[in-house]
Ligand binder design. Structure first.
Ligand code: HH2
Length: 287
């Protein structure tokens, strides 16, 4: 029986489910919560992105706006200037799949022109132009749940039932994508760990992640280095690798098809063992 799949604009497919895919995080931002200001130039960022592919990343997610709690919105022109040289550099260096992490259709548009393969939208298609853009370009899109904006989201962390609310939001935004002409095999959903949720809310979403399977779409989870891990372990943002790997393994076991992580090599290795146990197969499934 075939599992969920993702089809790229060039017609190539990822068969998801058997091997958990890894999205490496490449932030071209000065202020991201755990790795801001890591690169002095796009060249350095490109080198780090290429290293992630060598470490086993299936896709590298290039971001130019920090969405950490309380962050101010970035001017779209600045966001573009941060991500486009990195995407161009990766593409011309023969990188694998590239994703752009943006809430803005104009930035996504420029990123796709520069060679990005997927749009990762943490606002879940808030920008009225975004759904039609991804439909027109035939690229896959990640639809994530967030409440409000990064600036305000942590003021809105109370839910009657966090899983039901997130599920209903995602269903509604998937509907928006479908209405704009985005095919089902081009949509991933993401509960948005840390986006307008308390530490308990994040734990509940992860504990009940399998309930999102009712959406019949591949699930992406981004728990890497987030503050709920620090709340448990006491570790600072740059020192949450072990906790992040535990969260990635848990998410994969509960149905995540893709995990978004900072520490690619370690996560790929841990997931290889997790996937082998789940499927009784030591050979790893090809992508
Ligand atoms: N989390 C962050 C950014 N983008 N995209 C998806 N789909 N899911 C996530 O959980 C997610 C995301 C925040 O993490 P990071 O990029 O490390 O930090 P910052 O927003 O400060 O750049």
């Amino acid at each position: 029986m075939s599992g969920p799949r993702l089809t790229f604009a060039d017609g190539r497919r990822w068969e998801l489910g058997r091997r958990t895919a890894v999205m490496g995080i490449l932030n071209g931002t000065p202020d991201s919560f755990s790795d801001g200001g890591r690169f002095a130039s796009p060249r350095e960022a490109v080198a780090a992105g290429l290293a992630m592919f060598r470490e086993g990343a299936d896709i590298v997610d290039v971001g130019g706006e920090s969405t950490r709690p309380g962050a101010d919105a970035v001017d779209p022109a600045d966001e573009r200037d941060r991500v486009i040289p990195i995407i161009r550099g990766l593409r011309s260096a023969g990188a694998g799949r590239i994703s752009v992490d943006t809430r803005r259709a104009e930035v996504a548009h420029a990123a796709l022109d520069a060679g990005a393969d997927l749009v990762n939208d943490v606002s879940g298609l808030d920008d009225p132009e975004m759904a039609s853009l991804v439909a027109e370009r035939g690229v896959p899109v990640v639809i994530m749940h967030m409440r409000g904006t990064p600036r305000t989201m942590q003021q809105h962390t109370a839910y009657d039932d966090v899983v039901a609310t997130v599920k209903a939001f995602l269903a509604e935004r998937v509907q928006r994508a479908s209405a704009a002409g985005v095919a089902d095999d081009k949509i991933l959903v993401d509960p948005g760990i840390g986006f307008g949720k308390s530490a308990d809310g994040n734990l509940e979403l992860l504990r009940r992640l399998d309930e999102l399977a009712a959406l019949h779409l591949p699930i992406l989870v981004g728990a890497s280095r987030k503050s709920f891990i620090g709340a448990i372990t006491g570790a600072a943002a740059g020192d949450r690798r072990q906790g992040s790997i535990a969260a990635a393994i848990w998410a994969a076991t509960k149905g995540a098809a893709v995990v978004r992580v900072h520490d690619v090599r370690e996560t790929v290795e841990a997931l290889a063992v997790c996937d082998a146990i789940r499927h009784g197969d030591t050979t790893g499934a090809p992508r």
